[in-house]
Structure formats: C-alpha cells, structure tokens
Design a protein around this ligand. Structure first.
Ligand code: HEC
Ligand code: HEC
Length: 367
C-alpha cells in the first residue's frame, strides 16, 4: 500500500514542524469553568494523522494451504505438552493470554528448566513477519516451529523429532486427524510444523480500539490516546520503525528489519553482549540489532525487549523516546525526542489502544 504509507510519512514529517510551531505558541486553553486552574494540564488538541486500517495480504506458503481441519489440528498441537521432551512445555506455555501471548519471565525457561537467553515475544499477527525470532534466524513459521520444538524451548533435539512424531502417531485421535489432513505423509516433523503454522496464521489481531478508530469510529480513542497517536506518528517518530497498522515495519519485509536500540548492552563487556542479528547476517552493522517487534498487545505483554530487561511499559516507552541506550552501534533513527512527562503518558495511553480483543482458547486434546 505505497500510497497510504507515503501519505502518513509525509504527514509525520509535516507534523514535526507543526509541533515545533505549536509548542512555541501554546498556552493552556480556557476551560468552561475558569475559576481555578485545572489540576491536570488540558490535553492538547492536535491535528491527527491519517490512520491506516487495511492489513497487507498475509503470505501463505503454496505447499501449506489453510484448511479448517489442519487449523484445528495445529491448535491442539500448539497446546499439547506431549510434544516436549519431558511433557512439561507446550508452545502455549510461553505464549500465554495472561501475558499478552508473550512470556511471563524476563527470559524464557524451557523444558527440563533450561534457562534460555531471550524473552518470549507476542505472537499475535506473527504470520505477517518475513523472518522469525528476535534475530530473524527462521525464514518461515514452519522452520520456526521445528526450531522451538527441536531446540531448548521444548528440548526434543533436532535429531529426535522423527522419533517424537512417531510417539505422537500412537495417540489415536492424532493418527486419525493426520490421516485426514496429510493423507500421503501422516505424522512427521514436517506435517506437525505445517499444522502448527496453519493455526498461527489464524492469530490475527485486527480488532483493537485503534482499528475501530482507523475505520472511522472517532470515539474509540480517548483524547489522551489521540494525543499519543499524534506523538507516535509525529514528534516521537515511533512510526519510522513501528508503522501502522501492524506497528512493526519488519512485518512484510522478507528478511526482517533490525536496529540496535542498545538494549542489553549497558555495563557489559562487548563479548558478553547478545549480538542479535549480526550472528545471523555476519555484518558488523547488525551488531546487537534486533527485529522491530509489533506493538499490538504490548500493554499486556510485560516485561519488555528481547531480554525482558524492562518491567513496565512506561519505562520501555521512555527508553525508546529518549534515544535508546548508547553503545558503539546505536541506530541514528533513535534520538531524544524531548517529550514531557505528559506526552510520554499519552504515548503509553495510546499503546493501550492496541490491546487485542482475542484470546487463544484451550482445545480438547486427543487421547
Ligand atoms: C520455553 C518457552 C517457549 C516455548 C515452549 C515456545 N516458545 Fe516460542 N518463543 C520463545 C522465545 C524465547 C522466543 C524468542 C527466541 C529468540 O528470538 O531467540 C520465541 C519465539 C517464537 C516465535 C517468533 C515470533 C517473532 O516475533 O519472531 C514464534 C512464532 C513462536 N515462538 C511460536 C512458538 C511455537 C509454535 C512453539 C511450539 C512449537 C513455541 N513457540 C514454543 C519461547 C518459547
Ligand atoms: C529505529 C527503529 C525504532 C524506533 C524509531 C522506535 N522503535 Fe521501538 N523498538 C525497536 C526495536 C528494534 C525494538 C526491540 C529492541 C530490543 O529488544 O533489543 C523496539 C522495542 C520497543 C518496545 C518493546 C516491545 C516489546 O514487545 O518488548 C516498545 C514498547 C517500543 N519499542 C516503543 C516505541 C516507541 C513508543 C517509539 C517512539 C518513541 C519507538 N518504539 C521508536 C525499534 C524502534
């Protein structure tokens, strides 16, 4: 949608100027009762940027078309801890409703209580990404699912996936469903990954207050959220990387989009830092750069960032709006936007308008 995106980009640029002029001349506006000054400063009336509503087309791999039976099967597999090496972890264990469908602990803890090195990301709209994981090392959802299943998350080991699939094939309910959905292949690591991915492609969050606002319901956002929206697009320059309506510009970009915001670099020797994307790309320019996460459901998904190092949304927003954390490779796209406490609060309030209405439902598991 080049026209929409160039419209808001132009708007974002002009808004910076509007803000600069507006700030120079702003006085608190008269309220109805002029008796005493209001306790809270009145919310600035600002020109509001156009809000895109239309999602791009989701890319579905040709060899894994969506069918209702496959999605239902993938739903069960996503919730089934019998996939893990010790029966302790399902995919859902680390992507729970209570935590915005991200993780609870700063760093994820895998099967056999293995301490992992990163925070579990929110998985709403994940199928729109062109690369998966914080460093984009998986090129498809199917590859990601096998990675999580064979790797530390579920602890099965890549070399043992076929044996695990054979174990699952002994469960009558699965055997029957796989026969129907994958008549030629049956239960294999590939068909398991395909079914899980088909289910993940149904995890679309497009029903937030923001979406209702973008479709024309002016009452869907509070005045404070509208102020936050204008700051997000304008003075805060957030949309440079978190472009609406997906709120991650990395979505739809084949290899992903990575920036160094300095998260996880403070007070560490260089060889102690999680180097993120550069381990995959082998480019110095990607040192400690991570994928731009979507901000949908972010108000529910504390703690924040790839290392879960920040406990509150207010703190995460403040870090981003003040230019990230200095280090040898910090992106030039982050700078101190000189926002007031009230403006930072408005940004946080706006992010609350990205709360997803949907919920992952626990399915009945086959016996
Ligand atoms: C022990 C916790 C844990 C379990 C179990 C787990 N995950 Fe995750 N998941 C994570 C973590 C941590 C990451 C990020 C890892 C990284 O970037 O290196 C992640 C990343 C992802 C992503 C990528 C999202 C993005 O924005 O790139 C998807 C999709 C995902 N998981 C789905 C699954 C599926 C499917 C399963 C089951 C096969 C699963 N997860 C099991 C913790 C877990
Ligand atoms: C240069 C691109 C860029 C800009 C501009 C940007 N961000 Fe981000 N944002 C990122 C990246 C990359 C991460 C992940 C960093 C990490 O974990 O190492 C991130 C993470 C976040 C997170 C944490 C999300 C989560 O799930 O953990 C929040 C909240 C956030 N940004 C809000 C904002 C706000 C608000 C602004 C504007 C003031 C902004 N960002 C501007 C790239 C950007």
């Amino acid at each position: 949608m080049p026209s929409t995106s160039s419209t808001w980009r132009a708007f974002a640029a002009s808004l910076v100027i509007v803000f600069a002029v507006g700030l120079a001349s702003c006085k608190s506006k008269p309220t109805e009762e002029q008796v005493a000054p209001p306790a809270e400063p009145p919310v600035e009336k600002v020109e509001l940027p156009p809000a895109p509503a239309e999602f791009p087309q989701m890319r579905i791999p040709e060899d894994n078309p969506q069918t209702a039976d496959k999605i239902a099967l993938g739903h069960q597999l996503f919730f089934d801890a019998r996939l893990s090496v010790d029966g302790s972890r399902s995919c859902y264990s680390c992507h729970q409703n209570e935590h915005g469908n991200g993780g609870e602990t700063p760093l994820a803890v895998g099967a056999k209580e293995k301490q992992l090195t990163r925070h579990s990301p929110v998985i709403w709209n994940t199928a729109y990404f062109g690369a998966f994981y914080w460093d984009g090392r998986a090129g498809s959802l199917e590859a990601q699912a096998k990675g999580a299943w064979g790797g530390g998350n579920m602890g099965v080991g890549k070399e043992n996936l076929a044996a695990k699939a054979a174990e699952l094939a002994k469960i009558k309910g699965y055997k029957k469903q796989f026969k129907k959905v994958f008549p030629d292949e049956g239960v294999t690591p590939d068909t398991i990954a395909k079914a899980i991915s088909a289910y993940e492609r149904t995890l679309v969050c497009n029903d937030t207050a923001y979406d209702r606002y973008a479709k024309g319901d002016d009452s869907a956002l509070t005045d404070q959220q509208k102020q936050g929206w204008a700051l997000f697009m304008g003075k805060g320059q957030c949309a440079a990387c978190h472009a609406p309506p997906l709120f991650s510009s990395a979505m739809g970009v084949p290899g992903g989009l990575y920036y160094n915001a300095g998260i996880g670099t403070a007070g560490k020797a260089e060889d102690q830092v999680d180097v993120g994307r550069s381990k995959i790309s082998e480019q110095d320019a990607d040192w400690a750069a991570f994928k731009v996460p979507s901000l949908r459901n972010v108000s529910k998904s504390a703690p924040y960032f790839h290392d879960g190092s920040v406990a509150t949304l207010a703190e995460a927003v403040k870090i981003m709006a003040t230019g990230g954390i200095d280090n040898k490779n910090k992106t030039a796209l982050l700078a101190d936007r000189r926002l007031s406490e009230g403006e930072l609060g408005a940004l946080v309030a706006f992010l609350g308008a990205l709360e997803c209405g949907g919920k992952l439902e626990q399915p009945e598991l086959p016996k």
